[in-house]
Design a protein around this ligand. Sequence first.
Ligand SMILES: [Ca+2]
Ligand SMILES: [Ca+2]
Length: 296
Amino acid sequence: MSSVFHSPALRQRPARGRFLALALALVCTAGSAFAFPPAPPFTIHGIARDSYGWALKATDVGTVVIRRNGAIIAEAPVNETARSGENFRALVAMDTNPADPYRTGAQTTGTLFSIEVRFPTVTMPVASLTADRRTVGQPGGSLFLDFSVGVDSDGDGIPDSWEWWQLSEFGIGPGDPRWSLATLGRGDFDGDGTSDYVEYLAGTFAFLTEDKLGLAIDGFAPDGSAQLHALLVVDKVYRIESSLDLQTWTTQTVRPGAPGAALANTFTVGDTREVPIYAPLSGDRSQRFYRLVLVR
Ligand SMILES: [Ca+2]
Ligand SMILES: [Ca+2]
């Protein structure tokens, strides 16, 4: 119903919009008098990653499966193209009357759930989850989850496979006292200001100070745009936000890569490299702040 009220045609004709709102409200009231209505679904959405931190893509052919006591209560295919900032969206059927659910499998608020990702030949457990709860919320509500598949033996939020890979890359191996899952994960190993966990998410190396999630301002480009640059990692998705006061941040439309590139709200790169980013300026040019946001 809400899509009716948000259509451009109705926005130009408010009088008819009001009429429709009244009519629909009457319909809803009449319906509730005859039957207990099912509750709107609860949405579980977010970013499912592989065990090295990269967001899964539709080409990985994964399905996020949500279970309660072993039974599947919702599932959703991984698809990074449907919405910005997420690659799965599962709807959990809800019911406000647990004594008489309107359909088998409908859940009530507070239901504990578990997650796994099913691939064509294997089903992977979830290694880490950046949410403070794993319970279904109110009907119509939503929960954003950012998780990785794999095993996280030390519980620091980073899968074992990434930690062992980073140590190996750094030349640490069996026999070295640092050959341990305790070496990485809860701090900032290289002291570059980007925590190990963020380096994991950003796809940067946790032991290289020049390798981190960051943004530099170079000055003004010849066309008057602000010229920035950042180390961008293959297949990660970014956006730039700007602020006049460090309090309110808004997405800044930018030209990534070249002054003549198409304007974009989010951007990615095909190979890891330093990339210039051009932010068109308008109005007051005296002071503006920028930040780089890792979308997924
Ligand atoms: Ca770990
Ligand atoms: Ca670091």
